[in-house]
Design a protein around this ligand. Sequence first.
Ligand code: FE2
Length: 133
Amino acid sequence: MIVWDDSYSVNHAELDGQHKKWLEMINELLARLEKNGGDCPDISHETLTAMLQYARQHFMGEEKYMREIGYPETVAHIRSHNEFYGQVSSRLLAAEGGRRVPAADLLRFMRGWLLEHILDEDKKFSLHAARGV
Ligand SMILES: [Fe+2]
């Protein structure tokens, strides 16, 4: 279980709050799945889709902020968000089409991506904002 701590902060209360909430939601769903041996009927396709929608809303807020601070790598960062969105939504579509896409795998992917993205990419716009350029 990976828990949010200050090392993940991007020095923006609202974005930090969203990162924290998103990570907590993923952890909570994963814990329930693992406790039930991978079977937890209320972690449905709809739940996973709702989580992806949460990610989408969060990305939009982050992208707005990057534009506001004139972050020069905004376009590349948006591409990274879109790649994530595309990867997860295509897996959800595959599940809708009857292919086996275990929720635990999808949630682990989301959590790994989120943590790596915060530390590698989000930290960069945070540093840009801190420099005030
Ligand atoms: Fe981001």
